[in-house]
Each structure stands twice: as structure tokens, then as C-alpha cells.
Design a protein around this ligand. Structure first.
Ligand code: PEP
Ligand code: MG
Length: 836
């Protein structure tokens, strides 16, 4: 948006007073003519507006109608604009509904939302509306709309979609939600319109639902075109992005095919005939437990009418809060489970931008319904429409839409938050009509041992997440599944796709034996994971896990972690609507320390800012948040955030927690001194024990001055994600530069070397908790550079340990020297395999 021009939507030539169309069709025509004459739309837009009337009701209420073109005809919009046809005598819109103000909208997706928000506020002011319906002052109408300065992004002046290319879908699974969300992101990065056509179907590339509705399959020929000032550049970048996704899509498809071909891993065969509900195998493994039915929360949403202005604001705030939560969930999922799983929640975020959904909600509110009821009804209607298209991929998206819908509901009214997963019995097999991806991602694997859903397919997001979590699961079990009584004893076979009911003791014994056999295999694997990371010639490297919650500790230890090298505490803030209290934080830190049973724990003080924005803190908007008030800079400005956290940590230390505190984004000595002074004051106030205070090395300034900073810090942990971003001047979130943001760049490695040398001068130790630590080759290099501790995502531990255990430290040192002498990251990478 920031690169777009902004301008107001209404001008004198877009207002026509005192019109008297004979009917609705004429009213729409006249309003369309205003938009055409004002240069907002192509002439064909008038027909599109008429077509929309045939499929949707555009009467907003209170004498206001909002005709606009069909979503797929957005390419006919030249610039955002609103035309107003004032009809003092009114014109019948629908039986019993008369329009006095016909507000014709020409808008790109985001602009549409802004206009509707303004209208929902205006519409509750009936006195003003009555005046506007008869005023002879066009300026009064303009002012009513301009009051809030609805300045919205304008697509650049347009011609036809001048730049175009044909692209054959090279994604084996077609254009599904995850790549489509990347397309939307890429299209939105430009002011120009980007359009995708599949046969007769056209979609605005900035709208996820529209893209999915193209139903583009592998091999389909898409016509991709753009218009606007930067059309050529936009199209070139767009093309390189969509091409760049092919490799990943192919790899994902190959993996899926391998998995499909593989399940012949000797599955379990019951020793006797058992009652079985057959479904589709979604995630391999066997689990014995009792059924816990997750009844879809079908309690009707109460309809509490709210004043429109208030409803509009609550909806807007709930949408913003949901966006933030989904970003946090995507971020947390990326760090815990991996980028591919996280993309699910990025795609969810896009669903919130669907203008039809917002329009429908606003219409229902204007009709007098409450905001929660209206939102829920709109989501249900849209989801039903997607399911009815008879396309499996779109049906899957209906589940996603309902999932996102529920999140928004909980943000509109916390009482509507579903808490169905809160009180689960131990060792249960969760049986549900469907399970949302966000519920699946946050399941407690200690309580839930298997899943069985009536709907969904093996490619549903829930199935993907179940595989990542290692939970046996079947999907598509049909209605029979929903008749299974709560508490029924059952065996879920995620490899064979069966839920066996009321198994006999013999069957349970046989299943147990099979599980024990599998467990023995896993134990042998775990055995090697649990060995220390000691090189062949006896050099030990400490291995930690990057986890955020006490519940994740058992899994991390099982994966071979020797402690926690990075607990990102901002996630305690990001996933909720308010700041956790000192007591709540204290309880979490104590629980984490207890779960680790005395093993090392490094808690990082809040690292907010940059890509981690916490909605409820209402921090000022920054043009370049990565270069702004983030990390330690924010902590030093916000005692209200820092001090309760430090008190919670020192109280945990007083209760016996073995922990270290680490501060993010340090750039200078005064920052450390100031933070140390605050820590010391709090420690003395609480009479708490000494706690080592370390800093993250994430900016080149800190690495270069490491020898000085080391005087004042007890340890260093290098955040290679940020250190790479700041060293190479590449925004870590920029997908186009992702391949170049390589932590193996020799410049980054040289800064790591400087850090290790600086620390050594004062006898400090250095760890790495950024992504490079979890890459086996990166880990080998870091050990060679003299790093003593590596902390990573738990699932990466086994491979890193195995690499280090197979290496000689002198070879690693030589490897490091050679890497430092390389000219490029590619040269460094080419050393992989050369020495270990
Ligand atoms: C890093 O920057 O490498 C790091 C570990 O911190 P985060 O990814 O949380 O910014
Ligand atoms: Mg960082």
C-alpha cells in the first residue's frame, strides 16, 4: 500500500442530485454512467454491476444501496471511486425496500472494505441520511463521505491489461491455497493490477478466494496479465515468484507420493474381526485409547443487535486482531514445525480480505443483526457456497474459512471462544466432524494420541499438521464416525485408515505389541539422539532447543535436547489479547524450568517489534520496523513490559529455576549497562539469586564490538536470522530475496568469528540460536568457528548431533578457515562434504 498514490474517492462530477430513475435498473445505469464519465471504470463495468444484482443483494439498508461490479470484473476498474445518485423520491430496490442514495462503488479489494466501513458508520445516522437524500448541496454529500478521509490506494492509471504472458501450471497439486497465498502477496507488492485468467474464469491476483475459484490444475494454461504504471516490472517479478515455487511444489508432491507409496510399512492386522469405521489414512501409526467426541460448537450465535457504528468498529478490530493472531500462529508454527506448515496460517490470513464476506456481514448488520451473528452467518453462507462447488480443494477451503471465522468470532466476543479443547481426557482419540488446522496445530500431544475426522481429505491442512505432529490420524470417516459414543474404547490405525471400536483384550494386546515394537525402533533412534554431541576426537558442543512453552519441553528432550537455548517469550504476548501478568509469567517460567528438570534454560526477554507486532500494545507504526524500536530498544523504553518480566524471572530463580536471561537486539554498551542496572535493582529488591545475563548478537555493530560488549555480558548467543538480515541488508521476510539471505555468506561467518574471538578475550562462551544452528552443515561450521552451544528447532537435533558425532574438531576448524576465505555463500556451501 505504501507505494500507491492515495486520493479521495468522491468529487463533484461523481455526484448527481435529484435523479428520478424509473426503476432499479435505470438507477444502476445512471450511477454506472457517473463512474464511467469520471474515469473510474471501463464502460463494460455497467453490465457487470447489473450482473451482480442478479446474484447478490446490494441493498445495504436505511435507504442506501451499494451496486458494484462482480469480483472477477475488477480489472474493469481504472481507479477507486464512489458515485452517488441521489433519488429524493426513492426507487424500489427490492420489494418493500426503497433506495434514496445509490452509492456505486468502483474499488480494488482493500478499498471496498474502507468504503463499507465508512458506510456502516454513516448509515446509523438516520437524520444525516435523510438530509443527504434531499439536499441540493453536492458538497454535503461529498463531505459526508470525506469526513473520515476515505483515502484509499489507487491502482495506477490504467489501460487494458497490456502486459501479459501465458503460464502453464507447473504445480503438481494445482494452484492450491499455499502457493496462491504467495501469489496474492506478490501481486499486492505492486500498485498495478494483476489478473489471472483460466479459460473464461478471471481472478484478481490480489484476492485469494478468487484465485482458488479458478480451480487451476496442473497443466492448465493461465493467462496472466497486468496493467498500471509498474505493470512490466510487476509482471516480471510475479512470474519469477510463481516459477520459483515450482521446485518446492514438486518436492512436496514427490514427498506426498513417496508417503503414499510407503505405508506398506508393515501395518497392524487385527488378530480377529473387529467393528471398524473405514476412512482415509492421513497420518501413520497406531494408538489405543478412548474416544473423545468433539462436538462441533453448534450452539447458535445469539443475535444481539448493536448500534451499527459500534458493530462496524468491533468487526474491524476483530479482523485486525485475528490477522495479528494468525501472523503469530504462522510464526510460531514456522519455528516449531516448519515453514510449509506455517504457510497454512498465512493463507488463512488472506481469507480475511475477502470483500464479499465483509459486504455480506455489513448488509446483515444494517438489516439490524448483531455483529457476531452477522459475521457467523456470512461465513456460513460463503463456506456453504465453496463446499457446494463440488471441488475437493475448495471444500477444504470451506473448513479453513470456518476456522478463521471462529477466530474472528472469539475476537468479537471472547465469550464465543470455543474452549472445547481445554478439558481433554488423557490418552484420547479425538473424533470430530472436522478439526480446524488451528486446533490441530495447538493440540497437546500428551493428551491427544490420535485423530479421526468425518470429513476432510489426506491433503487437508489438518492431515498435514497431524503428520508433522506424529499423531496417527484418519480422515473422511463419514457420518458413522459421529455416532460413536463418548468414552468408547478404540484403536485408531492411521496407516490403514481405520477406527476399530470396542477391541477385545486380545486385539488390544496385539495392538500394544505392535506399538511396543515400533516404540523399540524409535527408542533405538532416540538412543542416538540422546547421545551428547561429541566429535570423534572428544570435542563437546552443547545442544539446546528453541521452544516457547513448558508443554513443548518433553518433546524437545525426547528429540535429544540438553536444555533450552532460546525461549522466545514474546509468544506469550503474541497469541493473546492482553499482556500476561507478572504472576502468569512467573508460573510459566517455573513450569518450564521444572519440565527441564534442572537442565539449562535461557529465557530471552521480550523481543517485540520488526516482524513480531503485538496488536494490544498499540505501538506506533514505523516505516521500517526492523530498523526501529524493537528488542532491547523497546524494553528500555517500556518499563511496564520489562520490569514485570524481570521480576517474574527473578522470582522463578528464587523458586529454584536454573535460568539465564538474554536480551535481544543489543547494539551498544550503554544498552547492556542500563539493562544490567535494572536487573540488579530488581534482584536486590527481591533478594533473588544471581542470574547470568547474556545478550544476543544480531546486528553487525554488536559482532564488531564483541570484545568490548563481552566485558559486560555473561554470555553471547548469536541470532543468525537477524545477523544475516542486517549484515546483508535483506529483509528476512522478503520472499523474493529469500534465497540470497544466506547465513553462510562469508560476511556473516566473519562476524561470527569476530564474536567468538571477542568473547574469548573475557572468557565468555558463545552460542548460536538462529536458523544456521539447525542446519547440519551450518552446525559443523559453527563448531569449527569455536561456537560452544547450538540451539535449534527440536526436530533438527538428531541430524545435527549425528553430523557432529561423525566429525573431527580439527577438520571442522579447517573447514571454518576455508569457509572464511570463500568469496561467496555458494562457495561455502560447496565445501559441504569436503571436510568433517
Ligand atoms: C535470530 O534472529 O536468529 C533469532 C534467533 O531471533 P528471532 O528469530 O526470534 O528474531
Ligand atoms: Mg532475532
Amino acid at each position: 500500500m505504501s507505494s500507491s498514490i492515495t486520493h479521495s474517492l468522491l468529487s463533484r462530477e461523481l455526484v448527481r442530485l435529484n435523479a428520478s430513475p424509473v426503476d432499479k435498473q435505470q438507477a444502476i445505469d445512471e450511477a454506472a454512467q457517473l463512474l464511467i464519465a469520471g474515469g473510474c471504470v471501463e464502460p463494460a463495468y455497467a453490465a457487470s454491476m447489473a450482473r451482480r444484482e442478479a446474484v447478490a443483494n446490494t441493498f445495504l439498508g436505511h435507504g442506501v444501496a451499494i451496486p458494484h461490479g462482480l469480483g472477477e470484473d475488477r480489472h474493469l476498474v481504472r481507479r477507486n471511486g464512489v458515485a452517488i445518485l441521489q433519488v429524493p423520491g426513492g426507487v424500489e430496490w427490492n420489494p418493500g425496500q426503497r433506495a434514496h442514495l445509490v452509492v456505486a462503488i468502483a474499488a480494488q479489494s482493500d478499498a471496498h472494505l474502507a468504503i463499507l466501513r465508512r458506510l456502516t458508520r454513516l448509515i446509523q445516522d438516520e437524520a444525516t441520511l435523510a438530509q443527504l437524500a434531499t439536499t441540493d448541496d453536492p458538497q454535503a454529500l461529498i463531505a459526508a463521505f470525506e469526513e473520515d478521509r476515505i483515502a484509499v490506494a489507487d491502482s495506477a492509471p490504467a489501460a487494458d491489461l497490456a502486459e501479459a504472458f501465458v503460464w502453464t501450471v507447473g504445480y503438481p497439486a494445482g494452484l492450491h491455497a499455499r502457493p496462491a497465498a504467495r501469489w496474492v502477496e506478490a501481486a499486492r507488492a505492486h500498485a498495478s493490477r494483476v489478473q489471472v485468467r483460466n479459460g473464461d474464469e478471471v481472478a484478481d491476483a490480489k484476492n485469494l478466494v478468487a484465485l482458488l475459484q479458478l480451480g487451476a490444475k496442473a497443466g492448465d494454461q493461465l493467462n496472466i496479465s497486468a496493467e498500471g504504471r509498474d505493470a512490466a516490472a510487476a509482471l516480471a517479478r510475479f512470474r519469477s515468484l510463481i516459477d520459483s515455487l515450482i521446485a518446492q511444489e514438486k518436492a512436496d508432491a514427490a514427498l506426498a507420493a513417496r508417503r503414499a507409496a510407503q505405508p506398506k510399512t508393515p501395518g497392524w492386522t487385527p488378530p480377529e474381526q473387529l467393528v471398524c469405521i473405514a476412512g482415509i489414512a492421513a497420518s501413520p501409526g497406531l494408538a489405543i485409547g478412548v474416544v473423545h467426541r468433539l462436538t462441533a460448537d453448534e450452539a447458535p450465535i445469539a443475535d444481539h443487535p448493536t448500534p451499527l457504528a459500534e458493530g462496524g468498529t468491533r468487526l474491524h478490530e476483530a479482523l485486525c486482531a485475528t490477522r495479528q493472531q494468525l501472523t503469530a500462529l504462522a510464526d510460531d508454527t514456522a519455528r516449531r514445525l516448519g515453514a510449509a506448515d506455517a504457510a497454512i496460517f498465512k493463507a488463512h490470513g488472506e481469507l480475511l480480505n475477502d470483500t464479499d464476506l465483509i459486504t455480506l456481514t455489513c448488509q446483515l448488520m444494517v438489516e439490524g443483526h448483531g455483529v457476531a451473528w452477522s459475521w457467523n452467518a456470512a461465513v456460513e453462507r460463503m463456506a456453504a457456497k465453496l463446499s457446494a462447488l463440488g471441488n475437493a480443494v475448495l471444500a477444504g477451503r470451506a473448513a479453513d474459512l470456518r476456522d478463521v471465522g471462529r477466530r474472528v468470532l472469539a475476537n468479537i466476543d471472547p465469550a464465543l471462544a470455543r474452549d472445547t479443547l481445554a478439558a481433554l481426557p488423557d490418552a484420547c482419540i479425538l473424533v470430530a466432524a472436522d478439526l480446524s488446522p488451528s486446533d490441530t496445530a495447538t493440540l497437546d500431544p500428551l493428551k491427544v494420541i490420535g485423530l479421526a475426522t468425518g470429513q476432510g481429505g489426506p491433503t487437508s491442512h489438518t492431515a498435514i499438521l497431524a503428520r508433522t505432529l506424529g499423531l496417527p490420524a484418519l480422515v473422511g470417516g463419514g457420518a458413522a464416525l459421529l455416532d460413536v459414543a463418548e468414552g468408547t474404547s478404540a484403536i485408531v490405525d492411521g496407516s490403514g485408515g481405520c477406527l476399530y471400536l470396542n477391541p477385545s483384550p486380545a486385539a488390544i494386546g496385539s495392538a500394544r505389541a505392535w506399538i511396543a515394537e515400533q516404540a523399540a525402533v524409535r527408542a533405538r533412534e532416540a538412543e542416538s539422539r540422546s547421545q551428547p554431541a561429541v566429535t570423534v576426537d572428544g570435542h563437546a558442543v552443547d545442544i539446546g532447543a528453541n521452544i516457547n512453552l513448558p508443554e513443548q519441553a518433553a518433546m524437545a528432550l525426547e528429540q535429544g535436547a540438553e536444555g533450552v537455548g532460546l525461549m522466545r517469550t514474546e509468544f506469550l504476548f503474541l497469541e493473546r489479547a492482553s499482556t500476561p501478568s507478572e504472576d502468569e509469567q512467573h508460573a510459566i517460567y517455573v513450569a518450564m524450568a521444572q519440565a527441564l528438570g534442572g537442565r539449562p534454560l535461557i529465557v530471552r526477554a521480550l523481543d517485540i517489534g520488526g516482524d513480531k507486532q503485538v496488536a494490544h500494545l498499540d505501538l506506533p507504526h514505523e516505516e521500517n520496523p526492523f530498523l526501529g524500536v524493537r528488542g532491547a530498544r523497546l524494553l528500555l523504553r517500556r518499563a511496564d513490559l520489562l520490569e514485570p518480566q524481570l521480576r517474574a524471572l527473578y522470582r522463578a530463580a528464587q523458586d529454584g529455576a536454573q535460568l539465564k536471561i538474554m536480551f535481544p537486539m543489543i547494539t551498544s554498551v550503554p544498552e547492556i549497562l542500563a539493562l544490567r542496572a535494572i536487573c540488579e535493582r530488581i534482584r536486590i529488591e527481591l533478594a533473588a539469586p544471581f542470574v547470568p545475563l547474556g545478550i544476543m548478537i544480531e546486528v553487525p555493530a554488536a559482532a564488531i564490538q564483541a570484545d568490548v560488549l563481552a566485558r559486560h555480558a555473561d554470555f553471547f548467543s548469536i541470532g543468525t536470522n537477524d545477523l544475516t538480515q542486517y549484515t546483508l541488508a535483506i529483509d528476512r521476510q522478503n520472499p523474493e530475496l529469500a534465497a540470497e539471505a544466506d547465513s553462510l555468506h562469508p560476511a556473516v561467518l566473519r562476524l561470527i568469528r569476530l564474536t567468538v574471538e571477542g568473547a574469548a578475550r573475557h572468557g565468555r562462551w558463545v552460542g548460536v540460536c538462529g536458523g544456521l544452528a539447525g542446519d547440519p552443515f551450518g552446525a559443523a561450521l559453527l563448531a569449527g568457528l569455536g561456537v560452544q552451544e547450538l540451539s535449534m528447532t527440536p526436530r533438527e537435533i538428531a541430524a545435527v548431533k549425528s553430523r557432529l558425532r561423525g566429525s573431527r574438531v580439527d577438520a571442522l576448524r579447517t573447514l571454518a578457515e576455508r569457509a572464511l576465505a570463500c568469496e561467496t555463500a555458494a562457495e561455502v556451501r560447496a565445501l559441504d562434504g569436503a571436510a568433517s
